[in-house]
Design a protein. Structure first.
Length: 547
């Protein structure tokens, strides 16, 4: 006889104790369990040899000696972004003592140090932080770098080169330590505006002396200082700023501005709602006092993201001591969830948390939280040995049915050694395998380059493209993915992710074994589009063009 032998010899399937047996056959071995999610530390083989040095041989004239120990604290950022347009993420590290460093990504988790780019190296400046954004609408990501009395806008020339256009664009630095940078089109004119939050300019007898924040409106040919439009509740001109971001918090179509301060007893944080143009200026109103949000006393960083899957921005803030978290409950209102969401973290004042990033290691669609930790050195002499180093932590969400009830520390080592003095952090696909990875910057040491291995599940990457606007990467857009019963939202951001850091605009959605179905985009210009992604598999990235 010919044909399929299985059709010639049918066998009866008999259920015994819940298992299936074939008469006359032995029981088959059960399939192996799916691999557990983990991270692979490739720091030693990545080709990244940068070491953050916070001890300059000489301080610039007029530098406040009393604030010198802040060079060890308010620094250590990282930027991961595709700066040369070859599809692989590159790494930029601002440096306090010496030259900044740029590494071109190969695309497999390894990097090559860039040749001499003097305008980027800035060896005589005390650079602390950076971010990447396409400020001029040419489709190339430019770099912003800032430090102690320094600010540099480095325009990407497209040939692995950069030109310093800071002065030409009318930008000037603040007079003290930089704290953060954030990009967003707050005036809806199609290009990206800039907020640079400043920290301190000196340490006086009564404590830190705030430096001056700057809000810059992008007018195309130059930037205009429009900081006076912001209503600072306490210190005029702001200062003591450690984290800032543009985000459409109320989902009304324009970006709002969130500014988080250190030393809450001296200078209040702000949660400015964008109210649009007014005669001769722009209207902002601070929603913090009625929001239910009480920032920690010594805020170092913040996460603003949908953690519970209810399509509203939840908040998580790092601190000296206990972190604070708040669950979104309605327009401009949150409820304090710190006792239950942050309960797995240390609460003593020797635990100093910094960057807070949403990070879905296992790809199940429910983002966890990455928190970097690093000790503070006490004020005093020029060189102070560090206190005990501290481990970074990755938290997994815990759900009771559909309700998020807390987080637990994941049993996943984050680097070798696990302990360090971490500050900045960024996430993105460093090795081209379709899953987000991590880079964690550390003071007095090399960064940790961590490649994720999600295990059984995978991700869908989403990139936005708007060639009809100067906001070519869709910064500020809100993106919703539907995959079966999973519905998750994220926002495209430039700056505001990771303390002192900036990241790649690609969004990564964990699918949890589901089939992706639909992507909806609320674009910065107010339009909305839908896109069928049912033919895409986990591990792929889709580029969505503005219709």
């Amino acid at each position: 006889m010919s044909g399929d032998p299985r059709r010639r010899h049918p066998r009866l399937l008999v259920a015994l104790g819940g298992a299936l047996f074939l008469p006359g056959c032995t029981q088959p071995e059960p399939p192996p369990p799916p691999p557990s999610p983990t991270v692979l530390d490739v720091s030693a083989t990545s080709g990244v040899w940068f070491v953050h040095d916070p001890e300059p041989a000489q301080l610039p004239p007029g530098f406040p000696v009393a604030a010198r120990h802040h060079l060890r604290e308010v620094a250590g950022g990282v930027v991961d972004a595709d700066l040369d347009g070859d599809g692989a993420l590159d790494l930029f590290f601002p440096q306090i003592a010496g030259a900044n460093q740029l590494y071109w990504g190969v695309g497999d988790g390894t990097f090559e140090m860039a040749g001499s780019i003097p305008v980027m190296e800035r060896p005589d400046l005390l650079d602390q932080m950076g971010s990447a954004a396409d400020f001029d609408g040419d489709g190339l990501l430019d770099l912003l770098v800032a430090g102690v009395g320094t600010l540099g806008l480095l325009r990407n020339t497209g040939d692995r080169g950069f030109v310093d256009v800071t002065a030409a664009m009318g930008l000037t630095p603040s007079d003290g330590f930089a704290g953060c940078s954030a990009w967003g089109d707050y005036d809806s004119d199609g290009d990206l505006d800039l907020f640079v939050g400043a920290y301190v300019r000196d340490i006086g007898e009564s404590g830190p002396v705030p430096a001056l924040d700057r809000l810059w409106r992008n007018d195309g040919a130059s930037f205009a200082n429009v900081t006076e439009g912001l209503d600072y509740a306490t210190t005029p001109g702001g200062g003591l700023t450690m984290h800032c971001l543009f985000r459409d918090i109320d989902q009304d179509g324009d970006p709002d501005l969130f500014k988080l301060n250190d030393f809450a007893m001296l200078s209040r944080s702000s949660m400015w709602e964008n109210l649009g143009p007014s005669e001769g200026g722009w209207r902002w109103t601070d929603r913090l006092s009625t929001s239910g949000v009480v920032p920690p006393d010594f805020a170092m960083g913040a996460l603003v993201a949908d953690l519970d899957g209810v399509q509203g921005d939840d908040l998580w803030m790092s601190n000296i001591g206990a972190d604070r978290s708040f669950q979104h409950t309605g327009p401009w209102t949150w409820t304090d969830t710190s006792l239950v969401w942050t309960g797995a973290l240390p609460t003593t004042n020797d635990a100093i948390s910094w960057s807070v990033l949403p990070f879905d290691l296992d790809g199940d669609g429910d983002p966890g939280v990455l928190i970097t930790y690093g000790p503070l050195s006490p004020p005093g002499s020029a060189q102070v040995p560090y206190l005990e180093l501290q481990p970074d932590r990755l938290l997994d969400p815990v759900f009771d049915g559909e309700a998020l009830v807390g987080f637990e520390v994941a049993a996943v080592p984050l680097g070798d050694p696990a302990d360090g003095s971490s500050r900045g952090a960024a996430s993105g696909d460093l090795d081209g395998d379709g899953a987000p990875d991590l880079v964690i910057a550390r003071i007095d040491g090399p960064p940790a380059i961590l490649l994720s291995r999600p295990g059984a599940y995978g991700f869908l990457g989403v990139q936005l493209k708007d060639d009809g606007s100067r906001n070519r990467f869709g910064i500020g857009a809100r993106v919703r993915l539907t995959a079966g019963d999973l519905v998750r939202e994220q926002a495209v951001m430039a700056g505001g992710r990771g303390t002192f850091s900036g990241g790649d605009p690609t969004l990564w959605f964990g699918l949890g074994g589901r089939q992706s179905e639909l992507v909806e985009v609320w674009w910065p210009d107010g339009s909305r589009s839908e896109h069928d992604v049912g033919d895409l598999r986990a591990g792929e990235t889709v580029e969505i063009a503005h219709p």
